[in-house]
Design a protein around this ligand. Structure first.
Ligand SMILES: Cc1ncc(COP(=O)(O)O)c(C=O)c1O
Length: 418
């Protein structure tokens, strides 16, 4: 019988900290309290706290046994490998959603179908690290937790520009623009959230976006938009892509956009996304495509098919597209309604503090301004799970739990005053 070793070449590894979202989820699942609530993850839930399969998605892919779906669909090539750049009908329609109806015509844009928004961020980071060799990538402080991880993995120095002003609970725009103007170096990458900033829920105004574009142009900074919530923020695709389209219209900026259909189509696990790179010339775009393909080949070879087929079917069919616009209105509207309900309850209870930001913020998240002490009290006393940063996923609120959650917040704020 062979002996079993008590040593490993990996014994020296330290235990990396658990991602805060997953740590929170584990605690929540271990809790048996009947009224427990989790406001952690960035996933949409309906008014009964259930995942919501968009009615439009169900029209294309009805919930049925796998055999029935396969029999219905006679396309025998559906499980074949895609090209390295992905499913062409998906790329074409995704570009139109992002850049507008003519968005598919610009030969200076090269697009890759990616493993959702994370894959697009990651492929873009790898490509820019290799080609531009920036002295730093500038992330908003705070930003989506994975940004720092993704850029760290490709060996680029991560720096932060001011974003959230804890005192005013608003955007610290002067801090942001001042840092980009005076500290960031030409050739650096600036990561920008196209809309519905994660985690704060605070976006620049159109006038402020114009100033950011000016600074990128004047200082030679490379804008990289992360567009994970188009249509989910305002319910309007053009409105949520305004910043991206404005940067494109400038004509002189080269830029990248990571696009995700996880949230706006509710296709989280299908991993549907794209990376778009706008180059100064069509020739440069062709060369960039070769390098993006090389990187994609080494990471995933070819992207997955099913989700992209679903998305492309919806985006290309006028009736389904209109139906999807209705779904976007429903999701964004329910979230706005929950913001108002939360605010209304806080006012009714006369909870100490100023809470107007809860309704002025946009998208899935609200940076509440709750302190770590208050967050801990909310969890311990009321079994409501919120990230330590005080960020709540408003999508986790519904008409059944919003009163209970507000009472939990009220009690914690009185126990541990600001
Ligand atoms: C800002 C931001 N970017 C990207 C993503 C990536 O999402 P996915 O990989 O599911 O498309 C998320 C998801 O939460 C996000 O909030």
């Amino acid at each position: 019988m062979s002996s079993v070793s008590d040593k490993s070449q990996f014994d020296h590894l330290s235990e990396p900290p658990l991602d805060p979202h997953y740590a929170l989820k584990e605690l929540f699942h271990a809790d048996n309290h009947p009224k427990k609530v989790i406001l952690g993850s960035g996933v949409y839930r309906d008014d009964n706290s259930e995942p919501w399969i968009l009615p439009t998605v169900q029209k294309v892919q009805p919930l049925a046994p796998a055999e029935a779906i396969v029999r219905e669909n006679q396309d025998s090539s559906r499980y074949e490998y895609l090209p390295i750049s992905g499913f062409a009908p998906f790329i074409s329609t995704a570009r139109q959603v992002l850049f507008g109806p003519l968005g598919d015509k610009d030969a200076r844009v090269v697009s890759m179908h990616t493993v959702s928004g994370t894959g697009a961020n990651s492929l873009g980071a790898r490509f820019l690290a290799e080609t531009l060799k920036p002295s730093a990538v500038w992330l908003s402080d705070p930003s989506w937790v994975n940004h720092e991880n993704i850029w760290g993995l490709v060996g680029v120095n991560v720096e932060k520009y001011p974003y959230w002003d804890a005192a005013t609970k608003k955007l610290n725009f002067e801090g942001m623009i001042g840092t980009l103007e005076t500290v960031a170096r030409p050739g650096d990458v600036v990561l920008l959230h196209a809309c519905a900033h994660n985690p704060t829920g605070v976006d620049p105004s159109k006038e402020q976006w114009k100033r950011v574009a000016d600074v990128c142009q004047q200082r030679g900074l490379f804008p990289f938009f992360d567009c994970a919530y188009q249509g989910f923020a305002s319910g309007n695709l053009a409105e949520d892509a305004w910043a991206v389209r404005h940067f494109v219209e400038r004509g002189l900026l080269e830029m990248a956009v990571a696009q995700s259909f996880s949230k706006n189509m509710g296709l989280y696990g299908e991993r549907v996304g794209a990376l778009h790179l706008l180059c100064g010339t069509a020739t440069a775009a062709q060369k960039a495509k070769g390098h993006l393909s090389r990187l994609q080949r080494g990471q995933v070879s070819q992207p997955p098919t099913m989700g992209a087929r679903l998305a492309a079917t919806i985006l290309a069919d006028e009736e389904l597209f209109q139906s999807w616009l209705g779904d976007l209105k429903e999701m964004s509207g329910r979230i706005r309604g929950m913001r108002e309900a939360l605010y209304g309850e806080l006012v009714r209870l006369a909870t100490p503090g100023e809470w107007g930001h809860v309704v002025s913020q946009i998208g899935m998240f609200s940076y509440t301004g709750l302190t770590p002490e208050q967050v801990a009290a909310i969890q311990d006393d009321s079994h409501v799970y919120i990230l330590k940063s005080g960020r709540i996923s408003v999508a986790g609120l519904n008409t059944n739990n919003v009163k209970y959650v507000t009472e939990a917040i009220d009690a914690a704020v009185r126990k541990h005053p600001f």
